[in-house]
Design a protein around this ligand. Sequence first.
Ligand code: NAD
Ligand code: IPM
Ligand code: MN
Length: 359
Amino acid sequence: MRIRLCLIPGDGIGPEIVNQAVKVLDKIAATYGHEVEYTEALLGGVAIDATGSPLPDETVEKCKAADAVLLGAVGGPKWDNIEKAIRPERGLLGIRKALGLFANLRPATLFPELAGASFLRPDITAKGLDVMVIRELTGGIYFGEPKGEDTTESGERRAFNTMVYRESEIERIARVGFETARRRGNRLTSVDKANVLDVSQLWREVVVEVAKDYPDVELDHMYVDNAAMQLVRDPSQFDVIVTGNLFGDILSDEAAAITGSLGMLPSASVGESGPGLYEPIHGSAPDIAGQDKANPLATILSVAMMLRHSLDLPDEAAAIEKAVQKTLQDGFRTGDIMEEGKRLLGCKAMGEAVLERMA
Ligand code: NAD
Ligand code: IPM
Ligand code: MN
């Protein structure tokens, strides 16, 4: 198969982790007889530096012409005080919107080898952890209007964002939730704040309506504050979580921490059609950028998600996941998941360790 892949390394540790993921994909291609045609595009801080915009038009065109997009991360202190309309993060939001990627799948699974790296007690991790967080990605408070800043009559500065969801936006993400639950444990938890927010009230009503098409899936609802607590108290109670943009952002970082590290969690962002975008859920980690310390596994596992979701190559995806697991079994760790008695590797050596374990 011919795979047209658009690479967006981005900022901070982005280029380091994407390099390791590309090595792994090249190995898959060589083993299974695929051909990967790479293009590279600018996004975020590096795009601002080169073109003045965090999302150059050329980047959108390159992504649209690809079968899939692999992204590192964007942002960093260098651009933190820049005019907010052109912050690096705006580029990321812009590309998600431009590609119509409304569904963000963030699977939090605990590799048994990393139980000791989890922040949870052993009796809790012993029950296993396999939660799929489905985050709505192109709506909610991230995109709602009006937003901005103005000055009140008394001369005080004021800033505001709007959390807004249309029925159609809730319905389509709810369907992704139910369909995903069907392929897993048949349980869906919709997370909202319906006891306070009008937008969450509508969210809940629409989810209940969509549920009628999925009588085989067990649906429950949870307020987001309770969900945050339940995730650390007993994550084994969850199968699939579906939630809005902001709640999903927060809960998925929390879910990552209980799997051992933010550096372990991959993601897939998909729309109705067109290329999917694959990226680790973490950011550009400026504190360790350029030091060969980053964990590349979330990005490598994002390649596996890409092979499965966008390219329909489940065997290739499984080969990567197995090699990652074998690497952990063999005791190799980056700093973020390091434990006593294990072997500490840098980003590049970790990429190579995975590569060596691919059949
Ligand atoms: P972050 O995820 O970059 O880092 C949080 C902490 O986790 C840091 O201590 C970092 O060193 C560690 N970490 C993250 N990824 C790691 C990895 N692969 N291996 C080892 N350790 C890892 O979040 P932050 O510090 O809040 O944000 C830094 C910058 O990244 C900001 O500009 C932010 O806007 C941006 N950001 C981008 C994305 C993205 O591109 N998808 C996501 C989150 C944050
Ligand atoms: C993520 C990030 C982004 C988000 C930021 C950098 C725009 O935190 O991908 O989780 O909030 O969606
Ligand atoms: Mn985030």
